[in-house]
Design a protein around this ligand. Structure first.
Ligand code: ZN
Length: 290
């Protein structure tokens, strides 16, 4: 049985160690600035054991920033990501944005920015896509593309455990159980991803930034995720139809969704960057459909 152990060195950039008798897997790697603390948390849980796979769910800075540190600590661990994530890592512009957001997050946490962050290459050892099956540490892990949050968002399904490590696409769950929508690149793909997870109805699910859910809590989360996604799109499109300008729509959206623990841990710069991209895409996608 896989135990799921929260491993992040800094709240807001959650990553999880999945540990069984035969295997050790890391889902995401957290921020760059707190990577050493994350390494220590993982090392404490692993002891002398090695890490089999580092499973990246997408290419955002709060999920991949710790990768170079993880690779230094466990050089034998194979880093896995969608092939599009590898393309993102190769772009100097994308790395500059990630470095700047990581520094903002460090500042918000009262920590010092990592001086070496994003200067090293992000070593993705294996790129994957829909239908690929990874076999490691006694587990068979099916890769499911679930774009919507980003083009490179993937979920990992541990077959033997009936455990779905869900991409951030479906939305982030706050401590209150409320879901903050996370679609940026596609509303339709997000609803499809949620429907796919619902159809699978896994026994266990690991929700991005939140943690493990089981049984009825899985169903409840997915229902709340769909409702939040639809509410978000409605808000944007209604304000747009009323003739509100882009900035006013951003402000209305921020007021509704930049709340609770999301506000505590996510720097406003990162929230706004995602929100602006999402609103622009949603309006453009809706207008081309009309
Ligand atoms: Zn993200």
């Amino acid at each position: 049985m896989l135990n799921i152990i929260p491993a992040t060195g800094s709240i807001g950039a959650e990553c999880f160690l999945l540990l069984s008798e035969n295997g050790a897997f890391l889902a995401d790697t957290g921020y760059a600035f707190s990577a050493e603390a994350t390494v220590q948390n993982i090392a404490r849980a692993l002891g002398a054991r090695s890490l089999d796979l580092i499973l990246l769910t997408h290419s955002h800075y709060d999920h991949v920033g710790g990768l170079p540190a993880m690779k230094r600590a466990w050089p034998g661990a194979e880093a896995v990501a969608h092939h599009y994530a590898k393309e993102v890592f190769a772009r100097p512009g994308a790395k500059r944005v990630m470095r700047s957001l990581d520094a903002d997050a460090a500042h918000k946490c009262g920590e010092r920015a990592a001086r070496e962050a994003y200067t090293e290459a992000f070593a993705v050892d294996r790129t994957v896509g829909e239908g690929d099956v990874l076999r490691a540490g006694g587990a068979s892990i099916c890769v499911m593309e679930m774009p919507g949050h980003t083009k490179c968002s993937v979920s990992y399904y541990f077959q033997e455990e009936d455990l779905l490590v869900l991409s951030e696409t479906a939305g982030v769950m706050l401590k209150t159980g409320e879901v903050i929508p996370a679609f940026i690149v596609s509303y339709d793909a997000t609803l499809e991803a949620i429907a796919r997870a619902e159809a699978m109805a896994p026994r266990r699910m690991l929700v991005s930034h939140s943690g493990e859910l089981r049984g009825g809590a899985v169903t409840e989360y997915l229902r709340a995720a769909r409702a939040a996604t639809q509410t978000a799109a409605e808000l944007v499109l209604t304000e747009h139809a009323r003739g509100k300008d882009f900035e006013a729509i951003c402000a209305a959206y921020t007021e509704k969704f930049y709340i609770g623990s999301c506000r505590e841990y996510q720097p406003p710069e990162a929230f706004l960057l995602n929100t602006r991209a999402m609103i622009a895409r949603l309006i453009a996608q809706t207008e081309t459909r009309l």
